[in-house]
Design a protein around this ligand. Structure first.
Ligand code: IVH
Length: 675
């Protein structure tokens, strides 16, 4: 018996050692196959002897329990943010002030400013006991279960150290690109940037989903440590490496501004080739004794500063405008430009969002424009160089008819978007069907946009309901489809018939009805017939469903086409009842439930009212003034005193862009900015 137990421990230590080399030191000691073999052996032993399973076993990284809610955690010491520097002069002032306070001969450590999310992990005698987000700096959220899924965070340190260690969790660029590609294939809106994607991953309530996001960390700070001696930032990094915490090797000790600047320039040149996103360089006083002398302002240490890279810009020429039609008929303009290098990639397309933006910018064909990348990734036109414009140039003509079906376009009152309102427009059909089959809707795998397009082109389907009438023989007509792939898709379609009602309600693509509202409505009414029979007043009585949603829902079901669609689905044998909460769906955006939110400043994506209704639709309460009861303050431009007050009270604040990305990420709003 003892022999088996010590073998089990050996296996565990061996596997942890290999993982340390692989994930922390970026070197592999054994082949993947060999690692897997040992891992399976450990799994098998643990299955036979569950009493010997310890939390630091590599098999215990991914929990199988859903997280009920993220508890609040008080940090051992405040997690400060950093003051910013934008040029060499700002850095000169930073250094002068330090030298005035502690004297000459200060040395610095320069590190990359990783564009991720600050985290704090606590170890007790070497055992990982907790992981948390930064939150408002003094109180964060307990995300231990999700952080445990990150393989470079040791479950057990290589030394029995106690303390809180800090760093940045991030999503590698390659993972981010892969994730967005997958989202595109399943007709989900893309995530705005790796930072938002990482934030979303860490707030998943299903650790398995968090693990799929393949996050990584770089550690760079500590608080209240015991059992390890560190007197400077240089020593901290050395100690971290001995303990097994992953650090970023791209760092340098610098004696003066020239050396700091040289590092900044060197990193600036490399940054687009790095596998992770950085947005600047952090410069820290090296000696901790000097750091203590310098102390902190309310927000940030006086011993550190973040140099931010200037937003990269490029100039290029507008060649043409592409008009594309989305699911709800909104026609969106995209600028097609002469290809130009920008922030590491060649850019030739940029969304212009809507006709109002075109009017505001006064973009014209042939114009020279400035572009930048929002979140370092999404190209946007920021300015038209009007003085370079030819005298014969003409304002851009907006299409009057749909570029796909030629029906006349309309601009509805109060909207900036122009729409094709032809329900039979093929472009809308494509987008609608793609939405219908997407992951948070009917979740039919194997039906990417290209396949849907083909099925429409060969006239096998017109609406999503037609999918359920396809035979294996029909599916064999799709390019490159063989018996096996056709059968597989057929089965995927058929098995989606059993989905619970909320998936269908969301999949119908009714304006403003997001995942959450669909669930609340399905839960309340139970069957599609009951939903269709309900008037807006009844629907609005549901806690969390506002008038915008209820009006949209009942007007949808008043249309003949919608009713016909439901009839066809019914005839095909779809389940049209609510079947209770399923685990699959739970991880979709529980973020806003029961949160008290305050909106302030001017929002650019929605009116205040629309944002309010949307939040209410997600189960949040929106109030007018900031108090201790407020959970989150969302702010737009010129936020004023509410933002100050919220910050003083330590309330979480969120800018509009983050808010929008959160909504997009959870599938609440789609990529068309309709208003
Ligand atoms: S030090 C008191 N080092 O930048 C020192 N921060 O704008 C606080 N960040 O909240 C942080 N890379 O999330 C530090 N090498 C680095 C960093 C870094 C990224 C983030 C961190 C912090 C934010 C401040």
């Amino acid at each position: 018996m003892e022999n088996i137990q010590s073998h089990l421990n050996d296996l565990k230590n061996q596997l942890n050692e290999y993982a340390y080399h692989y994930y922390v030191l970026d070197e592999s000691l054994i082949s993947d196959a060999e690692y897997d073999r040992l891992y399976q052996e450990l799994l098998e032993l643990e299955r036979k002897h569950p009493e010997w399973i310890t939390p630091d076993s590599p098999t215990q990284r991914i929990g199988d329990q859903l997280i009920e809610g993220f508890e609040k955690v008080k940090h051992a010491e405040t997690m400060y943010s950093l003051a910013n520097a934008f040029n060499r002069a700002d850095l000169t002032r930073f250094i002068d002030r330090i030298e005035a306070m502690v004297g000459q001969g200060v040395t610095f450590v320069c590190e990359c400013k990783i564009d991720g999310l600050a985290i704090a992990v606590t170890y007790q005698e070497g055992q990982l006991i907790r992981g948390a987000t930064r939150g408002n700096g003094s109180i964060g959220e307990d995300i231990t279960q999700n952080l445990r899924t990150i393989p470079s965070i040791p479950l057990k340190l290589r030394q029995p150290v106690t303390g809180e260690f800090r760093g940045e969790a991030y999503m590698p660029k390659a993972v981010f690109m892969k994730l967005n590609q997958q989202r595109e294939e399943t007709a989900q809106p893309p995530l705005a940037n790796p930072r938002n994607a990482a934030a979303g991953a860490l707030r998943q309530i299903n650790p398995r989903k968090a693990a799929e996001r393949e996050l990584n960390v770089f550690m760079y700070g500590a608080a209240q440590t015991e059992g390890v001696q560190m007197d400077s930032q240089v020593e901290l990094f050395e100690a971290f490496e001995k303990m097994g915490l992953r650090t970023n090797p791209l760092r340098q000790e610098c004696q003066n501004l020239d050396e700091i600047w040289e590092f900044i320039e060197q990193v600036g040149q490399q940054r687009h080739d790095l596998p992770y996103e950085i947005d600047g360089v952090v410069i820290k006083v090296n000696q901790f004794a000097q750091q203590d002398l310098l102390g902190y302002t309310v927000k940030a240490p006086r011993w550190a500063i973040a140099y931010k890279f200037p937003a990269e810009m490029a100039q290029t020429r507008i060649l043409s405008i592409d008009w594309s039609v989305g699911r709800t008929g909104v026609v969106t303009p995209t600028a097609v430009m002469e290809p130009v290098k920008l922030a590491g990639t060649t850019v030739q397309r940029a969304s212009l969002h809507n006709v109002d933006l075109i009017r505001q910018l006064d973009v014209r064909l042939g114009d020279l424009v400035s572009i930048h990348k929002a979140g370092d990734i999404i190209p946007e036109v920021t300015q038209v160089l009007k003085d370079q414009r030819s005298t014969t140039s003409q304002p851009l003509m907006f299409p009057e008819t749909c570029p796909i079906c030629s029906q006349e376009l309309v601009q509805l009152e109060g909207e900036v978007a122009i729409r094709c309102v032809n329900p039979n427009c093929p472009a809308q059909r494509l987008a609608q069907i793609s939405h219908f089959v997407s992951r948070n809707a009917m979740n039919i795998t194997g039906l990417g946009e290209k396949v849907v397009q083909q099925l429409i082109d060969i006239k096998l389907i017109e609406t999503a309901a037609d999918l359920y009438y396809l035979s294996v023989d029909d599916l064999l007509k799709i390019d490159h489809f063989k018996e096996k792939s056709a059968k597989k898709l057929y089965l995927a379609i058929q098995s989606s018939k059993g989905n619970s009602l909320e998936r269908l309600l969301f999949g119908l693509g009714i304006r403003h009805v997001g995942v959450k509202a669909a669930r609340l409505i399905a839960q309340k009414f139970g069957t599609i017939d009951a939903v269709m029979g309900a008037g807006p007043d009844q629907i609005e009585q549901i806690d969390g469903v506002g008038p915008m949603i209820s009006r949209s829902l009942s007007s949808y079901f008043q249309q003949d086409d919608s009713r016909k669609m439901v009839e066809r689905l019914k005839e095909a044998g779809l389940n049209l009842t609510y079947m209770g909460v399923s685990e699959e769906r739970q991880d979709v955006n529980s973020d806003w439930l029961d949160q008290t939110i305050v909106l302030t400043g001017s929002l650019s994506h929605f009116t205040r009212d629309q944002a309010k209704q949307m939040l209410e639709g997600l189960g949040a309460k929106v109030t007018g003034s900031v108090s201790k009861k407020t959970d989150v303050l969302i702010y737009g431009d010129s936020p004023g005193s509410k933002l100050d007050k919220a910050q003083n009270l330590g309330i979480t604040t969120m800018d509009e862009l983050t808010f929008v990305s959160k909504l997009e990420e959870s599938g609440v709003i789609l990529d068309e900015r309709e208003n």
